[in-house]
Design a protein around this ligand. Structure first.
Ligand code: FAD
Length: 625
């Protein structure tokens, strides 16, 4: 039968990509349906209940700047917050929160249920309705497992680890989307009949442990940070639930020996698993073999929630059989009597080569069909959410007959993520790092709102409350920066004496508070009130301080971006003779000849093509013209 409602956008999958996609499409005013296996699992975290971390929190804050849900849910569910890289510069600073699994899911569910224009429906999507055949066809809806046809202008697919999902525990395996959930087999089969390039990837999770069976007294305590950070630009510490400690313990030589002795029982090492796993989240058997000289690895012992006895031992994910898991866990200090509540496992699943997507995340082969999340070869909630919000926005724009929004690399980590995936593809689960962005000083987590909220407002995904708060903050930053630039300290005054008392020298002529703030040894808090005027709130103060201290570097980076942008779209003729360009290595010449990048921008992002090579090509093109 035909479903009684026709939608602008249908989002398949209620994970992290799916919820952000559905919410974003609905915020633009599009009539949206979130179709998912089980409405009770909307917002479920399949693995560690932690959000953020290096590179990842940049994505979370960008999603937030565009009105998304992830950061707001984290503020309501975070039971431990920390700022990572706090001693390093602001570009690489990152916020990480350990979340209460149940509170996080409830917070996402609450946001989804209160979103106007968004319906939820529980069913499996088994098929796509498509007009036309093969490349150039157009999706027009979905078919559920109960043979219900739901019509829509656009479909966003966010099936995560569920497509052809195969769970491994030792040499035993069974079909599943993640532990306790069904796989998506019919849809996987259907997609394999379509002109997509499909591959297999793998990821894994550790056993969960009952906290009552653990000896925390022999572990290192890892408390959260004070003052308490927040994740959302709209967040407040008063929203945070009770805060708790995490702990650290270590594997040892005995643990490694148990693992080494049982490698033949690991499906990964026995060749049963064909998919490639995440390089930066390796299983413990991977670590023990890849870093054979290390006698110990850290295990972060993280609570799964305030009302849960389960612990997540971060760092020992595995696909070894249960008896081996039990043995090696018991060999770890503090875990000698540990009771396992859920065994660790690995899962293999289908993913699609992201090079078959446009920068809007629409597939190149089927019009109006968008892919987002783990199915594009990424790993992580944040990477999934970032693609979800972009796909949701672009599906909505398409449904409204508007041009797509494709964020640039110099504008956002979302832009970096999508551009990396599309220009380079991926053969292993892709995780975000700050090192993947070339303009780190401009793309900080603290200024994600200043970079994206105005764009989000134009796209229709930023609501009035966020817009009002953002506008007030932006104005306050401008006013405070102007005040510091025009507030002067005269030599010989009591303020100058205070400056000296802070261990700073006084110039002979008058100087502004902004001049003082540029000095490495001084902070906004020390400088701002020297003249007795009221100081700005934390978020405003942070921006004023960073902008003053890094002014020169930021200006240089902006100049570089401008220069590159001018050449981004410079066409590279198909008959360009790379051999005739002086200063290019043979490797670079060969790569350019083979890949034939269409523009200088695309060439600059190919791996191994250095900025120096790009300038040589530019010089050559200028000479030719
Ligand atoms: P998911 O969160 O998987 O959500 C998919 C949603 O789609 C689910 O709600 C599902 O029910 C629904 N769905 C699927 N098919 C259909 C269909 N046909 N019809 C209707 N609904 C459907 N990330 C890390 O960063 N590090 C790790 O170490 C890590 N380990 C992991 C270990 C395991 C075992 C698993 C399962 C995941 C792990 N992850 C890890 C990955 C993390 O969980 C994902 O990156 C993230 O959940 C992806 O979000 P998503 O929205 O793309 O998909």
């Amino acid at each position: 039968m035909d479903y009684p409602v026709r939608y602008d956008v249908i989002v398949v999958g209620g994970g992290h990509a799916g919820t952000e996609a559905a919410l974003a499409a609905a915020r633009t005013g599009c009539k949206t349906l979130l179709l998912t296996h089980n409405t009770d699992t909307v917002g479920v975290m399949s693995c560690n209940p932690a959000i953020g971390g290096i590179g990842k929190s940049h994505l979370v804050k960008e999603i937030d700047a565009l009105g998304g849900a992830m950061a707001r849910a984290t503020d309501k569910a975070g039971i431990q917050f920390r700022i990572l890289n706090s001693r390093k510069g602001p570009a690489v600073r990152a916020t990480r929160a350990q979340a209460d699994r149940q509170l996080y899911r409830a917070a996402i569910r609450d946001i989804v249920e209160h979103q106007p224009n968004l319906d939820i429906f529980q069913a499996a999507c088994d098929d796509l309705m498509v007009q036309g055949d093969g490349v150039g066809s157009t999706v027009c809806g979905v078919v559920t497992n109960t043979n219900m046809r739901i019509h829509a202008t656009c479909v966003v697919l966010t099936a995560g680890t569920f497509l052809g999902g195969l769970i491994h525990i030792g040499m035993e395996n069974h079909s599943g989307g993640r532990a306790g959930d069904p796989p998506s087999i019919a849809l996987s089969k259907r997609l394999r009949e379509m002109p997509f390039n499909v591959g297999r990837l793998k990821t894994g999770t550790p056993a969960r442990i009952d906290a009552r069976s653990v000896d925390f007294s022999v572990m290192e305590v890892q408390p959260g940070d004070t003052p308490l950070p927040v994740m959302s630009f709209m967040g407040h510490v008063s929203e945070h639930p009770q805060q708790v400690n995490c702990y650290i313990t270590h594997t040892n030589e005995r643990t490694h020996e148990i693992i080494r002795n049982n490698l033949h029982r690991s499906p990964m090492f026995a060749g049963v698993i064909e998919g490639i796993g995440p390089r930066y989240c390796p299983s413990i058997e991977d670590k023990v073999t890849r870093f054979a000289d290390k006698t110990s690895h850290q295990v972060f012992v993280e609570p799964e929630g305030l009302n849960s006895m389960e612990l997540y031992p971060n760092g020992i994910s595995t696909s070894l059989p249960f008896d081996v898991q039990l043995d090696y866990i018991h060999s770890i200090r503090g875990f000698e009597n540990a009771h396992i509540t859920r065994p660790g496992y690995a899962i293999e699943y289908d993913y699609f080569n992201p090079q078959d997507l446009r920068h809007s995340l629409e597939t190149k082969f089927v019009n109006n069909l968008f892919f987002a999340g783990q199915i594009n070869g990424t790993t992580g909630y944040e990477e999934a959410g970032a693609q979800g919000i972009l796909a949701g926005i672009n599906a909505a724009l398409r449904a409204q007959d508007k041009d797509a929004w494709t964020p640039r690399r110099d504008q956002s980590y979302i832009g970096v993520l999508v551009d990396d995936l599309i220009t380079m593809g991926t053969k292993e689960p892709y995780r975000m790092f700050t090192s993947r962005a070339e303009y780190r000083l401009v793309l900080r987590e603290d200024n994600a709102d200043l970079r994206l909220t105005e764009i989000g407002r134009e796209l229709g995904v930023v609501d009035d409350a966020r817009w009002a708060a953002f506008s007030a903050k932006k104005e306050a930053i401008e006013q405070e920066a102007a005040r510091l630039k025009t507030t002067w300290i005269q030599p010989g005054t009591p303020e100058a004496a205070q400056v000296e008392a802070m261990g700073e020298t006084n110039p002979v002529r008058e100087y502004s508070l902004n001049d003082l703030l540029k000095r490495p040894g001084l902070t906004y808090a020390q400088v701002a009130s020297l003249k007795g005027e009221p100081v700005a709130d934390e978020q405003v103060a942070e921006q004023v301080e960073i902008q003053a201290k890094y002014d020169g570097y930021i200006a240089r980076q902006l100049e570089e971006i401008e220069q590159l942008r001018r050449y981004e779209n410079t066409k590279l003729p198909t008959d360009l003779d790379y051999d005739a360009i002086g200063g290019l290595s043979n490797e670079v010449k060969q790569k350019l000849r083979t890949l034939q990048p269409e523009t200088l921008g695309v060439a600059s992002r190919l791996s191994g093509i250095t900025p120096a090579a790009i300038s040589q090509i530019l010089v050559h093109l200028k000479k030719k013209n």
